[in-house]
Ligand binder design. Structure first.
Ligand code: E4P
Length: 215
């Protein structure tokens, strides 16, 4: 079953999605935390208290040594923390070092199957291909998911495909059809997944007709 993460740092959205019983985890990044206008540490504590699943927290440094230091600190915060590391050569060094210590890594900013291969080989637990940003520039993001899924099926790697930068519900359907392990969604995409015009029409008819039933 495809796992559903929320791609947000907004606590109200996380609380609402969690109440629907469909939330498996959360991904954050510096941009999402900045949008809240709140202190990083407070946002993170709130998320960790709300969701019992993998919570990706991104390192904000770019040199391997610093990333490793920061990754260790993040991992110590809570058993559910997954350290998010950027797909660079410095990132690969940090992924190797931290994953060898048992820290779970989500490799972010992946835009090609080659990058996913390297991240998985270095020991990442998750690879995050950004499909929406590829679509935005006229390259089919889902093709990268197709390739990674095909490649990962050939090997016994303990690395999950976490489809990121999702823009609409069709992305979710396509990702699930390809067997991606996880989709991380903006709250509005998750909300749209719950909706259908015929559900609204049908519900209205049931409610109206119930009024006509003698009681
Ligand atoms: C992934 O973990 C990222 O936070 C994310 O999905 C980025 O998406 P964007 O292209 O909407 O910024």
């Amino acid at each position: 079953m495809v796992k559903i993460f929320l791609d947000t740092a907004n606590i109200d959205e996380i609380r609402e999605a969690a109440s629907w019983g469909v939330l498996d985890g959360v991904t954050t990044n510096p941009t999402l935390v900045a949008k809240t206008g709140r202190k990083w540490s407070e946002v993170i504590q709130d998320i960790l208290a709300l969701v019992d699943g993998p919570i990706s927290l991104e390192v904000t440094t770019t040199q391997a040594e610093e990333m490793i230091k920061q990754g260790r600190q993040l991992a110590k915060l809570h058993k559910n923390v997954v350290v998010k590391i950027q797909m660079t050569t410095e990132g690969l060094k940090a992924i190797k070092a931290l994953s060898t210590e048992g820290v779970r890594i989500n490799t972010t900013l992946i835009f090609s199957a080659n990058q996913a291969i390297l991240a998985a080989k270095a020991g990442a637990k998750y690879v995050s291909p950004f499909i929406g940003r590829l679509d935005d520039m006229g390259q089919e993001g889902m093709q990268v998911i197709r390739e990674i899924a095909e490649i990962f099926r050939n090997y016994d790697w303990d690395c999950e495909i976490l489809v990121a930068s999702i823009r609409h519900p069709l992305h979710v359907i396509e990702a699930a059809k390809l067997g991606a392990d996880i989709v991380t969604l903006p709250f509005d995409v998750l909300k749209k997944m719950t909706q259908h015009a015929l559900t609204d029409v049908g519900l209205k008819r049931f409610v109206d007709d119930w009024q006509k039933v003698p009681k």
